[in-house]
Write a protein that binds this ligand. Structure first.
Ligand code: GDD
Ligand code: MG
Length: 395
C-alpha cells in the first residue's frame, strides 16, 4: 500500500490527531518499507506481519447471510476473525444459521473464525466473575447494542493474545472495501508503531441513486454533525479554528489492544464519537488527571481515506437521527464540553428535531474503562466456558 504522510497534526496534551491521509496505491508491491517526505510505501509483507497480530471483530445483528459471508470473504486470511452476534435464537434460530454458514465457510477457507453470541450465559458469567457487571442487564446477560458487542470482541481479542484490534460492520456489500479497510488498519499500525495507535477510516464516497443516476456522496449525515462538533470543541481548546477531525463516527476503525483496554465505551452507536471525547478527557491535559503517568503516554489518531465506495444496508432516517443524537450527547455531557459548544449542540438538535426536541439532550450510558475489569478472571472464565456455544474454526 502507498499512502500519503499526514501533513497536518493537532496536538492536545499527549493526544495527536493527524490529518486525513490519501491512499495512492492499494497494493504498493513488495520490497522495503520506505518513505520520502510525502509518501510512504508499506509493502505487502509488512501489512501481513501486522495482520497476523490482529483480530477483526465483526458485530452482527440480523444481517443477511450473504452480506456476512461477503464481509468474511474480504477479511485477509492472516487475521483472526471474531464474530459477535446478537441475532435472535427464536422463533427462527438466526444465530444457528449464521454458525452453520460460518462453519462451512471456515471449512473451505481454513480461516480463523471465532463466533460467539452476545447473550451467551458463559460470557455473562465471565463478566460477572471479573467484577464488570456494568455490561449485564437485569436478566444477567450482556446488554444489546453494537458497542456492547464491540466490548465483547475487544476482550476476546485479548484472550486470543492479539496486539491489534479492528472493527468492520457486517452489512457491507463490497468485500473489496472490507479488504481495503483491513489493509489500511495494518498500514496505520506500520506507520505509527507506538503502543497507543488508533486508525480511523473516512470513506471516500458512499454511492446513492438520485434521480435515476448514481451519486457518490462524500459525507454521511451522522459524520457531518459529529465531525463539526468535535472540531468546534478542539477549536475552543486551541483558539485556532480546525477541521482536522474527519472520522467522528468511523464505524470502521482499529486500535492497539492496549489502548482499547484503557478506553471507556459509550453504549450503542455513540461509541465512536465517545472514543474521541474519552481520549481528550484522559490524554488532552484539559481535566486534572488522576493518573499523571498516563497523561505522559503519547496517543496517535491516524485518519485514512479509503478508496472503495462504501455501501451498506439502509436502515432508515429515524435510525440516522438517533445516531446523530447519541453522538452529540456524548460531547454535550462530557465534563470538557464548554457552555458555548453545548449551546451549539442544542441548536443543532432543535434544527433537526423541531418541536419534538428535548430541553436537554438525553445522556447515553457510558461503560467504564476495561482497565476496571479483572482480566485474569475474565480470561479464566473464557478458558472454562469457551466453547460457550461458540464455533471456533482455527486454521
Ligand atoms: N453484536 C451486535 N449487537 N451487533 C450489532 C448490534 C448489536 O446489538 N446492533 C447492530 N449491530 C451490527 C450490525 O449488524 C452492523 O454490522 C453493525 O453493527 C453496524 O450497525 P448498523 O445498524 O448497520 O449501523 P449504521 O450502518 O447505521 O452505522 C454504522 O456507521 C456509522 C458511521 O456512519 C455504525 O458502524 C456506526 O457505529 C457508525 O457510527
Ligand atoms: Mg450499516
Amino acid at each position: 500500500m502507498r499512502l500519503e504522510i499526514p501533513r497536518d497534526c493537532e496536538r492536545i496534551g499527549s493526544l495527536q490527531i493527524y490529518g486525513l491521509q490519501k491512499v495512492y496505491e492499494l497494493d504498493g508491491g513488495t520490497g522495503p518499507h520506505e518513505n520520502d517526505s510525502m509518501v510512504e510505501r508499506v509493502p505487502g509483507e509488512v501489512l501481513h506481519d501486522r495482520m497476523r497480530e490482529m483480530a477483526i471483530v465483526v458485530p452482527v445483528k440480523n444481517e443477511r447471510l450473504k452480506l456476512i459471508e461477503g464481509v468474511l470473504v474480504g477479511i485477509p486470511s492472516s487475521c483472526q476473525v471474531i464474530l459477535v452476534s446478537n441475532s435472535p435464537r427464536g422463533p427462527v434460530d438466526r444465530f444457528g444459521l449464521e454458525k452453520e454458514a460460518l462453519e462451512n465457510f471456515g471449512r473451505f477457507t481454513g480461516k480463523k473464525i471465532l463466533v460467539v453470541h452476545q447473550k451467551d450465559p458463559g460470557l455473562a458469567k465471565a463478566f460477572a466473575d471479573a467484577g464488570y457487571p456494568h455490561l449485564l442487564d437485569k436478566t444477567g446477560v450482556v446488554r444489546s447494542g453494537k458497542a456492547e458487542g464491540m466490548i465483547v470482541g475487544t476482550l476476546l481479542a485479548k484472550w486470543l493474545g492479539k496486539k491489534y484490534l479492528g472493527f468492520v460492520d457486517s452489512d457491507n456489500y463490497f468485500p473489496g472495501a472490507v479488504q481495503e479497510y483491513v489493509n489500511e488498519y495494518a498500514a496505520g499500525f506500520a506507520m505509527n508503531p507506538g503502543r497507543n495507535t488508533f486508525v480511523r477510516i473516512s470513506w471516500h464516497s458512499k454511492p446513492k441513486v438520485m434521480e435515476n443516476n448514481l451519486f457518490f456522496a462524500k459525507w454521511g449525515r451522522s459524520s457531518v454533525n459529529s465531525n463539526a462538533m468535535l472540531n468546534r470543541l478542539l477549536t475552543q481548546f486551541s483558539g485556532f479554528e480546525t477541521e482536522i477531525v474527519k472520522t467522528g463516527n468511523a464505524g470502521e476503525h482499529a486500535l492497539t489492544v492496549d489502548l482499547a483496554l484503557q478506553l471507556e465505551y459509550a453504549a450503542g452507536y455513540a461509541v465512536e464519537t465517545h472514543h474521541y471525547i474519552n481520549l481528550l478527557e484522559h490524554y488532552g491535559g484539559i481535566l486534572e488527571s488522576t493518573d499523571p503517568e498516563k497523561v505522559r503516554e503519547k496517543v496517535t489518531i491516524c485518519q485514512i481515506e479509503s478508496r472503495n465506495p462504501h455501501m451498506h444496508e439502509s436502515k432508515g432516517d429515524d435510525h440516522v437521527e438517533d445516531m446523530i443524537d447519541a453522538s452529540l450527547s456524548v460531547i454535550y455531557h462530557s465534563p470538557i464540553c464548554p457552555e458555548i459548544v453545548k449551546q451549539e449542540i442544542m441548536e443543532n438538535v432543535r434544527t433537526r428535531r423541531g418541536e419534538s426536541a428535548l430541553e436537554e439532550i438525553a445522556p447515553v450510558r457510558i461503560y467504564p474503562s476495561l482497565s476496571e475489569l479483572n482480566l485474569n478472571e475474565f480470561m479464566a472464565g473464557c478458558d472454562e466456558s469457551l466453547n460457550f456455544n461458540a464455533v471456533t474454526v482455527r486454521a
